[in-house]
Write a protein that binds this ligand. Structure first.
Ligand code: UDP
Ligand code: MG
Length: 313
């Protein structure tokens, strides 16, 4: 029997917390009585510097329900940091970890399926959003465009999967070896190379409160998701420089033609040609420098070079 820890980050979630704990508790009771998870299983709520009464509610729920644990961060560090704080705190006492947002918009019925996959050997089980009609249209469209852009940039990630996933103890231990500051778990986890599975996740509406992901936060996460894993945008700069060079060539032909036909205004040819040629070379040089900076960036992150799955001695 496994000991499960659910990890839920909370930022100003006072409206949803009592209901979320209630729903998770019902699920825990059912899974415990079915012998799927042990009585030591816990739901961990990480308070990410909320300015409302979230922490008081967590404390209160902890006193009333022995399955409820709380972690209080001193200040708001963001969703990804809160998840990592919960995972690293629980790593010693649980066998499997499911990260799920405190608003429980994800499908609770996917949790028993995740555990089934875990018991069959999957170390990572991704919840993949199959129906997200409950999400606003703009959010759905921007998210899907982002997943596509990420893929085009060569970042290995699971389409329509956010942070609802099961991780094994080994997976969490490997994760803690990534010491980078800009954390984007959706990009790091596929890099672990562990056996994985997916389950369907039907998104429902937030029962109360509002989304904490405004446009600014979504953009920041998207930028992290690409720049932490790919230097491909720098190739884009170099290609743009090459396009500028071609334009310079076409203008060069036009300049020669104007000189032959005698319609050129004095001084125009040298000016316009140098603008495009210098622009092209500057872009190409910036792109090349960007690639070198990208290399330095990769080095300073000091990501583990490999993960060992098994050793036979
Ligand atoms: N969250 C957090 N810190 C933040 C922002 C959000 O811990 O700075 C939590 C939030 O409480 C929720 C989860 O991250 O549990 C996802 O946020 P939300 O539900 O607002 O995002 P959405 O579902 O709208 O994408
Ligand atoms: Mg939500």
């Amino acid at each position: 029997m496994i000991t499960l820890a659910t990890i839920s980050p909370c930022f100003n979630e006072e409206e949803v917390l009592p209901d979320s704990v209630q729903r998770l508790s019902t699920l825990f009771d059912r899974l415990i009585s079915q012998g799927v998870i042990s009585k030591e299983s816990r739901m961990v709520f990480v308070n990410d510097g909320s300015s409302d009464s979230s922490w008081d509610i967590i404390t209160h729920l902890h006193n009333a329900n022995k399955h409820v644990c709380g972690i209080n961060l001193t200040t708001n560090r963001g969703h990804q940091c809160a998840l990592l704080a919960g995972l690293t705190t629980a790593v010693d006492w649980a066998d499997a970890f499911i990260t799920i947002d405190a608003d429980l918009q994800d499908d609770l019925e996917a949790i028993p399926q995740m555990i089934e996959h875990f018991e069959k050997g999957a170390e990572v089980v991704y919840g993949v959003k199959v129906q997200r009609e409950a999400d606003p249209l703009l959010k759905r469209m921007s998210a899907e465009a982002f997943y596509r852009l990420q893929r085009a940039m060569g970042v290995e990630s699971i389409f329509n999967h956010a942070d609802f996933r099961l991780l094994s103890k080994d997976a969490v231990k490997m994760l803690t070896q990534y010491e980078e500051r800009n954390i984007y778990l959706r990009g790091i986890i596929p890099m672990l190379g562990l056996p994985s599975a997916t389950v369907d996740d039907v998104i429902s509406e937030r029962s109360a409160g509002q989304s904490k992901y405004n446009l600014g936060r979504m953009l920041a996460l998207a930028i992290d998701g690409i720049t932490s894993f790919s230097v491909k945008p720098m190739y884009g700069v170099i290609y743009l420089g090459l396009v500028f060079l071609v334009i310079a060539l076409l203008i060069g032909i036009n300049v020669v033609w104007s000189l032959i036909t005698g319609v050129a205004v004095h001084g125009w040819s040298s000016l316009i040609l140098s603008v495009w040629i210098v622009g092209a070379f500057m872009l190409i040089c910036m792109g090349i420098m960007g690639l070198y900076i990208g290399r330095i960036y990769q080095e300073v992150k000091r990501r583990p070079l490999y993960h060992i799955a098994k050793i036979l001695i």
